[in-house]
Design a binder for this molecule. Sequence first.
Ligand code: AVJ
Length: 321
Amino acid sequence: MSASLVGNPSLRASPATEFLDAVLKGLSSASRSIPSKYFYDDIGSKIFDDICELEEYYPTRVESEIMHRYGDQIARRLGSDVRLVEYGSGSSIKTRILLDHLVDPCLYVPVDISNQHLARTADALAREYPLLNVAPVAADFSRPFEVPKCEFEPDRTCVYFPGSTIGNFAREEASQLLADIANRCERRDGLLIGFDLRKDISVLETAYNDSAGVTAAFNKNLLHRINSELGANFDTHQFDHHAFFNDAAGRIEMHLVSQREQVVSIADHSFRFDLSDTICTEYSHKYSISEFEQMTSEVGWQCKETWSDERDYFAVMYLVR
Ligand code: AVJ
């Protein structure tokens, strides 16, 4: 992987301006939406960890089972002296399973959009794995960022992209992101990626409508965040969590649905909502293994092996450049 940084960081918009711009743009368009990456402030990252503990939310549990069961095979594929770059590391829970199997990884680079969460996780990992070099990068991985170097030349770089985070991207965007990753990689570099499989609709819909309301709180936290960071006045009680499977598009969609006519102001803009107007806050695309293989091969990846659970709920694929 080349360590080129595209663009001058000092010319980039500040995080707050970027968030405001994204919210204003998303709410001004005909079908209103807010990019799901803004879920992950410090509180949102913690609520997401709570989602992962839910019985109804199978992806984290099933992916962890796959990592436990096939950890040795996966580690053999990656080889020794690997530089592991994780996209959207969060609390790095699945990473620990991988690290427990890897042979002499030369560097672990967790990349996450939530600064505080990343710092805490990197500290904890460095304590738990005293022999491991950890070099966290606070960045939005959907944009180019600089990858820290190893002290010694790594045998290869492997991008680790677990958690079916790729599902947040529309199919064309996912394909573009996978192409970008391929272009930043060198020959022999690898990609270990987890994605959620198409399955029975009721299983899918239950996973995003848990009975304890944790997913609803996660969704609504976006409005709390907009209120506190952008000085908006969303009445969060007047928006309901709504998640459903869009079969034609092959994805779960999460929305916030207005419970009455209301006007919300953000900075010096105001937005009118009618009863039942929605803001789309997340897509979570579901794939078949063959569709995923097709999509990655079109952008320069070669699939080496795929592991999945007995029920075919989730898949972990290893690909090389
Ligand atoms: C972190 C994007 C994989 O899409 O399942 C969980 C986020 N949203 N419950 C997913 C999420 C609602 C999650 N990803």
